[in-house]
Design a protein around this ligand. Structure first.
Ligand code: TRP
Length: 351
């Protein structure tokens, strides 16, 4: 195998910072569990000078289920608006839409041609679909190749993902290495997975991880009354007003911790541990107040972006432009390595 991959620095758009890329599928509506586990870490990273963060809305990945093929297009404006409203820093970083980059599809083809069917047959999502008696689409089968291309088309160095994506990252490395070995050229940059160990946020049933599909979530930008109703429904134990309560096992407290200010968190912790005159009703009220304080202003901004798609497009444009240069450079490297009739190509395209 080719081990020279790491030796080459990726093409840079924003100086010598470490290029971090991650993707989100535009499915479902976002809730505080997504905020805590995915959005916040990414927004925080985008505020740091050492990293160039590329956040991709992976709308093509959202198409793999035939019955829900329109969902990705419908949800994309909401995802982009949410990341902007929640503070993704566009300066020197990029929020990009996958379907704006045909280079990804081109590279995914090259990667698929060095990937054995057997490897794709062992992919979790595909195996699960088969096991559950579903009829997987070709798109679902191809999913890991497309994801590998998302990463390597932009010369990404580090890819933060949840544990469920670890296999996809291993596949991406394998595909990049196979391509480089097969062409004997150093085309794709091998990405490093950064597996995030954020503990899962439990939902309002107090049992399972927060998820829209379990209907136990607290939405971020749903109708204002929605969150209030959901917070009131949070299941707690039967401790009374004056019982001492353990914040570590208190769902209300864990939710507050996922977005609340240090002051609000410290206040609730103290009141729960103190155990005099502070019941779960009080805790829920404090959680709702903090929710409204923290997400209220952001909700206005979110709605503004939803209503003004042209402003979103304008905000994203510089990042798209910078990343298109990177994608073109990588794609040219791949074509050159494959010796795909370069002289004809250079007459016909700018690349
Ligand atoms: N497959 C990822 C998920 O379901 C989303 C994704 C698409 C992604 N492209 C990516 C993640 C590239 C990291 C890098 O969560």
């Amino acid at each position: 195998m080719n081990n020279t991959l790491q030796a080459r620095r990726p093409v840079t758009a924003h100086g010598a910072r470490t290029r971090v890329l991650t993707g989100v599928k535009p499915t479902g509506d976002i809730h505080i569990g997504n905020y805590y586990g995915g959005i916040k870490p990414c927004v925080d990273l985008s505020q740091q000078d050492d990293f160039e963060v590329i956040l991709m809305c992976a709308d093509w990945h959202g198409l793999t289920n035939r019955a829900k093929i329109l969902e990705a297009g419908e949800k994309t404006p909401g995802i982009l608006a949410a990341y902007l409203a929640l503070g993704f820093n566009l300066k020197g970083n990029a929020l990009i839409l996958q379907s704006a980059f045909p280079q990804i599809l081109e590279n995914s083809w090259y990667l698929s041609c060095v990937t054995s069917v057997g490897l794709l047959e062992r992919a979790h999502a595909y195996k699960d679909a088969l096991q559950n008696g579903k009829e997987p689409t070709g798109g679902l089968f191809y999913y890991p190749v497309l994801m590998a291309s998302d990463i390597m088309t932009f010369d990404a160095e580090v890819v933060p993902v949840g544990k469920d994506q670890a296999q996809h990252l291993e596949y991406a490395s394998d595909m990049g290495k196979s391509f480089n070995a097969a062409t004997k050229k150093n085309v794709y940059f091998e990405p490093k997975a950064l597996i995030q160990e954020t503990p899962l946020l439990v939902g309002i049933d107090g049992e399972r991880k927060m998820s829209k599909s379990y209907n136990n979530d607290i939405p971020l930008f749903g109708a204002a009354k929605d969150a209030e109703k959901r917070i009131k429904e949070i299941k707690t134990d039967s401790k009374g007003l004056d019982d001492v309560k353990d914040p570590e096992t208190c769902v209300v407290f864990q939710m507050l911790k996922s977005f609340g200010s240090p002051e609000a968190v410290a206040h609730m912790k103290e009141r729960l541990e103190n155990g005099t005159g502070y019941g779960y009703g009080h805790a829920k009220k404090d959680l709702l107040d903090e929710y409204n304080r923290f997400f209220g202003a952001k909700r206005e901004l979110y709605e503004h972006y939803l209503n003004e798609p042209s402003e979103v497009a304008k905000a994203l444009e510089p990042g798209h432009e910078a990343m298109a240069k990177v994608a073109d450079a990588v794609t040219t490297r791949a074509r050159d390595a494959l010796q795909l009739f370069p002289s004809l190509r250079s007459q016909r395209t700018a690349r």
